[in-house]
Ligand binder design. Structure first.
Ligand SMILES: [Zn+2]
Length: 175
């Protein structure tokens, strides 16, 4: 029972394919990087505490349920969770992917938890400006405000020329 059981129950059978029918790594690559679903995959999962009130502001109820957040291809696998965010239960799991005849879905029968950071560990989430939070909410990606993902977003924004926004987030992370 415990965390492993809770995650396995919540994630079992969830579809993860995208429009192209291919499963793509959620970590940034030069271009879309497909995930080899013949082998086990790593997924970062989250469960959000109600103290993270930004989602409530948007009228989104994503609290207290385990959600798949970030899929990693074999090139991006990690051993532990870096820079955990308070208010988020974060878990790095490894599990199988199967084809159900229509789409790729998560198969959690043999899910294992590699790393786990409970919600009372880590630093407060950065205060993310609305222009960034709104698209996250719209695409159903509440995990985007986690510190680890904001850290990753800063250089991407700089590369895109959104220097001011990058500076705001950088300052938030180092507050
Ligand atoms: Zn990758």
């Amino acid at each position: 029972m415990g965390v492993e059981y809770d995650i396995a129950t919540a994630l079992d059978g969830l579809e993860i394919g995208c429009e192209s029918g291919e499963v793509i790594c959620d970590h940034p690559h030069e271009g879309p990087q497909s995930v080899d679903v013949e082998r086990r995959v790593q997924y970062e999962c989250i469960r959000i505490d109600e103290s993270i009130s930004v989602f409530e502001t948007f009228g989104v109820d994503c609290y207290d349920v385990w959600l798949p957040d970030l899929l990693r291809c074999s090139d991006c696998e990690i051993e532990t969770l870096s820079t955990p965010t308070a208010g988020f239960d974060e878990a790095l799991v490894d599990l199988d992917v199967t084809w159900n005849g229509t789409e790729y879905v998560l198969d959690t029968k043999e899910l294992t938890v590699i790393a786990y950071s409970p919600r009372d560990e880590g630093e407060a989430p950065p205060s993310v400006p609305a222009p960034l939070v709104t698209p996250m909410i719209e695409r159903g990606d509440p995990g985007g405000i986690r510190r680890s993902r904001i850290e990753r977003m800063v250089p991407e924004l700089r590369a895109e020329g959104a220097v001011e926004l990058a500076d705001v987030l950088d300052a938030e992370l180092n507050r």
